[in-house]
Design a protein around this ligand. Structure first.
Ligand code: ADP
Ligand code: MG
Length: 229
């Protein structure tokens, strides 16, 4: 059983007179329930790699399996379906929908998944509660702090019961205390719900919370260390 498996994955960007080898031959396996960090400086290939794993982009070479499903032979629609049901995303810039309330931003996923309306409240409120957002359900994103907005993004990422949550520099716009508390919440969700988390960061304090640190440099895995337990 693998949550994520990449074999020989490459993604190049062709510029006018050069090629950027953004992801340059990555082999990587994550087991279910891992809490892992992709570490690397800006430009090392973290975002490109997360977008490939999340099916937002396709590799030039190599194969990916997500939640034991191979993605290479899937149509764009099938890939979107896999993404909707098995993967949650958290982005650096939160990416909440400004005209929707906190509750509605989270509900959006259940609507897309065609979960019957009568089940929505029972699915959403316990998650908002767990993330300390229940009292803010009717607020709009602009009425929240950055840390609160990112917690809404985490709620949205997990409400659809994904196998995997991918978070691209989720704490980059947060102060260090807020970042630490967001990470602690993600860790708790990982432990309670068995969701695999893979988040990218270049912040040593954030990276230190991971059970496993995969260091990326020039689109390649430079080191892969599991914390001793
Ligand atoms: N859409 C794109 N077109 C051309 N080059 C890109 C594009 N996206 C990323 N790159 C390049 O690919 C490399 C890896 O970028 P990225 O995956 O964003 O790294 P990171 O997230 O670690 O900062 C960088 O050299 C970047 O400039
Ligand atoms: Mg990036």
């Amino acid at each position: 059983m693998h949550a994520i498996q990449l074999t020989g994955v490459k993604k190049f960007y062709r510029e006018a007179d050069s090629i950027v080898r953004a992801v340059d031959g990555i082999d990587l396996t994550l087991a279910p329930s891992e809490f892992a960090s992709l570490a690397g400086t800006s430009g090392s290939g973290k975002t490109t790699l997360l977008n490939l794993i999340g099916g937002l982009d396709r590799p030039d070479e190599g194969t990916l399996t997500i939640d034991n499903l191979s993605t290479g032979d899937k149509s764009d629609d099938e890939l979107a379906e896999l993404r909707l049901h098995r993967i949650g995303f958290v982005f650096q810039a939160y990416n909440l929908i400004p005209v929707l309330t906190v509750y509605e931003n989270v509900q959006f996923v259940l609507q897309a998944q065609r979960v019957p309306e009568r089940e929505h409240k029972n699915r959403i409120m316990p998650i908002l509660d767990e993330l300390g957002l229940a009292a803010m359900a009717k607020r709009f994103p602009t009425q929240l702090s950055g840390g609160q907005q990112q917690r809404v993004a985490v709620a949205r990422a997990i409400v659809g019961n994904p196998a995997i949550v991918l978070a691209d520099e989720p704490t980059a716009n947060l102060d260090s205390e807020t970042a630490a508390s967001l990470l602690a919440m993600m860790k708790r969700l990982n432990q309670e719900r068995g969701i695999t988390f893979l988040f990218s960061s270049h912040d040593p304090a954030v990276i230190a919370i991971a059970d496993r640190v995969i260091r990326i440099r020039d689109g390649k895995v430079q080191s892969d260390d599991r914390k001793q337990v």
